[in-house]
Design a protein. Sequence first.
Length: 200
Amino acid sequence: MLEQRIQQQFFESADLKYQAAEVLGRPIEQAVAALVAGLTAGGRVLVAGLGASASLAQLVTAELIGCFERERPGLAALALGVDGPALSAMAVLPGASFDTVLSRQVETLGQPGDLLLLIDSDGNHPALLAAVAAAQGQDMTVIALTGRTGGALRGALGETDVLVAVPHDRRVRVLETHLLVLHCLCDAIDLQLLGEQDPA
C-alpha cells in the first residue's frame, strides 16, 4: 500500500512535467530573453520567494552567481531576505510589516534595468504584490513563477513582465516543477551567453 502511494507521487510528478513542457516552453523562453537582455546590459536579478520558495530563490541565486553546469563569469544576482537581518531592519521602520519586507529591499536595491524574479506556489501574498509594485516603480522587469492561475500576481504584472504559471494546484507539485523551470532558465541563459557545449 505504501509503496503504491510512493510510486503515485512519482507518476503524478512526471505527468505534470509532461503537461508543463507543452504550456511553459514559450513563457520560459520569454523569461530567458528578459534575463539575458537585462544581465548583458549590466542589470542585476533580485530573486525572492516566501516559505519553501525562499530556498529555491537561494538556489537559483547561487547558480547564477557561481555556475550552473558550465564554468562562466558570475552573473549579478541577489536573493532578497525574508528572515533574520531583513526582518530586523524592518523592525526599526515605523509602520513596517512583513508585507513590506520585500518591497523595501526592492526599493533600496533595485535600479532601472534590473529584474525581479519572484517564486511562489500561488501568487497571492501581499508581500509579493508589494514587491511587484516596487519593482515597477523602479522600471524593473518582473518574472513571476506561480501555480496554475498565477493568483493576484497575474493581474499585477505589466505588459513587459512574464508569468510562468505551472498548470497544477498542489503546492508540492508546483514547487518541484519550479525547480525544473529554474534549471531551464539557467541552462538557457548559459546557452545564450556561451553557445552550444562541445560534445565530450
